[in-house]
Design a protein. Structure first.
Length: 367
């Protein structure tokens, strides 16, 4: 049984949700140092396909090369700094060419063409490859790190590496995506996700399927937090009807078919594993009071190929729940921005927020 406790913790000071200085400190200490989730390998379905991701001020090219290897590079020409690609996704030719002066790069980043630079005696083509970005894949998810020397991915993700193999996440594909933008700080999204104290009042449909006291946690400290929550209906799922909308994933059996698993993956991923599908929230900061959330519903391709496949029950359920959460998060942002706001006490049902806050403060050098 969990021994979790809020340890008499209080909510964070208002400055952590409103200060531009703290927002910029988060950029340097968190988002430029940690492993950041950027998308699914299935989004790169063909060789030489790519997508762009904006991580704070940086534009990153994530691509699959001719051999099927996934790579990432800064979207910056080494000549005069021009952005190389502007379309958010697409298919590349055999190389990447800058539209300004036609400097051309192989997909591994090496410079293979620089017109008339042979007239510059000191120029050495090998010295000007694209600035590559550290990349790792896990369960079909792509992560990048902008750190010069990032912590090895296998070390950083040790608590999660083999934790979800039963769901065969690496085989799943995106069946539906919804993108939200909300007037609230990114931390409020994580904090809201980390407790169900609010569920009886805010989410009556969710609370009927997973009564709020049915939660438990097997990761209670550090950058990865969460655990299983038992559903009220055996063999059900989180859908508009409470019934599954696809066959069970992977080799799930027993009690795993009666639970939904909720985990926060610091600093920009929410992972919700159901018996029949997986939901991923990808968090993108826009400003101290603005956040974009990209939600992907993942199913097994065999389920998606069935003539009667219909994910609308899962999509509709979480779209409803998301909108309820985003509304109350925006109200929280408004209240926290008030001169009247002072930190309030967490309940024992909010112990995972207290743990998340501790990890956050540690990551910005204040823990």
């Amino acid at each position: 049984m969990s021994t979790r406790t809020a340890q008499n913790a209080k909510t964070l000071d208002g400055k952590y949700y409103t200060s531009q200085d703290i927002y910029e400190a988060e950029t340097q200490q968190v988002f430029f140092k940690h492993w950041i989730y950027v998308g699914r390998t299935s989004a790169l379905s063909e060789p030489v396909s790519y997508f762009l991701r904006e991580i704070e001020s940086e534009s990153i090219i994530v691509l699959k090369d001719h051999e099927g290897e996934v790579r990432a590079h800064h979207n910056v020409c080494r000549h005069r700094g021009t952005r190389l690609l502007s379309e958010p996704e697409g298919t590349l030719a055999k190389s990447i060419q800058c539209m300004y002066h036609a400097w051309t790069y192989a997909l591994d980043g090496s410079l293979i063409g620089a017109p008339f630079m042979d007239e510059v005696e000191s120029f050495c083509q090998e010295n000007y490859p694209l600035k590559s970005v550290s990349l790792a894949t896990w369960e079909g998810c792509i992560f990048v790190s902008l750190a010069d020397e990032p912590e090895p991915f296998e070390q950083a993700f040790a608590p999660l590496i083999d934790k979800f193999t039963s769901w065969t996440m690496d085989e799943l594909q995106i069946a539906h995506t919804i993108i939200y933008e909300i007037p609230a700080n990114w931390k409020l999204v994580f904090q809201n996700y980390s407790e169900c104290y609010h569920c009886p009042g805010l989410h009556p449909a969710l609370n009927q399927l997973t009564p709020f006291r049915n939660s438990s946690n097997d990761l209670e400290e550090g950058p990865y937090l969460g655990g299983p929550m038992r559903m009220a209906i055996d063999g059900g799922s989180m859908t508009m009807t409470g019934q599954t909308c696809a066959p069970p994933l992977g080799d799930l059996s027993g009690e795993a078919l009666n639970c939904v698993q909720y985990y926060t993956v610091y600093p920009n991923m929410l992972l919700s594993l159901h018996p029949d599908y997986v939901l991923i929230h990808r968090i993108e900061r826009l400003a101290p009071d603005s956040t974009r959330i990209v939600c992907d519903w993942l199913f097994h391709p065999e389920a998606m190929a069935a003539l009667d496949f219909d994910p609308s029950g899962a999509v509709g359920f979480w779209n409803l729940t998301n909108k309820q959460d985003w509304h109350v998060s925006s109200l929280s942002q408004q209240g926290i921005s008030s001169r009247a706001y002072t930190p309030g006490p967490y309940s024992e049902l909010e112990s995972m927020i207290a743990a998340w806050d501790r990890e956050y403060l540690r990551s910005i050098g204040e823990g």
